[in-house]
Design a protein around this ligand. Structure first.
Ligand code: KIV
Length: 288
């Protein structure tokens, strides 16, 4: 049981952290590195459209990821593979128009960077030019290093992504926890170092053991943002539609649901249908 003074101290610490965080006018890649240095955790969520990006940014999120998870939650595909570069640019430009403070990072979609660093550079430049976003994210380590380096030469900030990388789902065969075996864990550690040395400003670690993620975060000077990677990392990311409870079927252990919007929206729509059918809507005050 916490004493009253412990509770007051916790509230004071939280308030101080919130104040620091509100004082930042615009989150840049440098701000994120400073946050790691002073031990302030980084908050990151996905967004894919103007309206929700506005709310998420206004609430004070540090980083908004225009994730290729848009392929699942916005377009209803089973995997992230089908989404195109043009579609990512459409989502990213909508998000950018709603954001004042957060750093906006955009996923390079499957097929827009693997295997050819010139194609990778062209894709990254299209995203930056046509959406107004601030950085891009890419999945993989040593295999994509040449593309990472080439994009960085153009002055485009790159966020890495290791562990469960959904664009490789057909190689993995399942969405289960990655890097539980020594060989894969050692490769992940080596890849994280390669990405830091190449000049990435941060790395996402998805669905790996918490101890391994903590080791990676302690080993690097750049921030490590986790999703299903425990609390020993420098920040956390979730898919917005999952944490708001819009996507009902997706229930991994790492997901904390803050709302049950599926049921709220379902209920509101049911009520609207009833009101229309019973001619309760519109009433006298709702017409001209
Ligand atoms: O696309 C996405 O939403 C992501 C997060 C899960 C990190 O890459």
């Amino acid at each position: 049981m916490s004493t009253n003074s412990e509770i007051m101290t916790n509230i004071a610490v939280k308030y101080t952290q919130m104040s620091v965080h509100k004082e930042i006018k615009k989150v840049t890649t440098h701000v994120l590195i400073e946050m790691k240095q002073r031990g302030e955790k980084i908050s990151m969520l996905t967004a894919y459209d103007y309206s929700l990006a506005t709310i998420v940014d206004d609430a004070g999120i540090d980083v908004i990821l225009v994730g290729d998870s848009a392929s699942n939650v916005m377009a209803g595909h089973e995997t992230t593979l089908p989404i195109t570069l043009d579609q990512m640019i459409y989502h990213a430009s909508s998000v950018v128009r709603g954001v004042n403070r957060a750093l906006v990072v955009v996923d390079l979609p499957f097929g827009s960077y693997q295997g050819n660093s010139k194609v990778a550079l062209d894709s990254a430049i299209r995203i930056m030019k046509e959406s107004g976003a601030h950085a891009i994210k890419m999945e993989g380590g040593a295999e994509i290093l040449e593309s990472v380096k080439r994009i960085l030469t153009a002055g485009v900030p790159v966020m890495g992504h290791l562990g469960l990388t959904p664009q490789s789902i057909y190689k993995f065969g399942t969405y289960t926890v990655r890097a539980t075996e020594d060989a894969e864990a050692e490769k992940l550690i080596a890849d994280s170092k390669l990405l830091e040395e190449a000049g990435c400003f941060a790395i996402v670690l998805e669905k790996i053991p918490a101890d391994l993620a903590r080791r990676v975060a302690e080993n690097l000077t750049i921030p490590v943002i986790g999703i299903g990677a425990g609390n020993g990392v420098d920040g956390q990311v979730l898919v917005l539609h999952d944490m708001l409870g819009i996507t009902k079927q997706f229930n991994p252990r790492f997901l904390r649901r803050y709302l049950n919007l599926y049921d709220s929206i379902h209920g509101a729509v049911r009520q609207y249908i009833g009101d229309v059918k019973s001619v309760d809507f519109p009433n006298e005050k709702e017409q001209y």
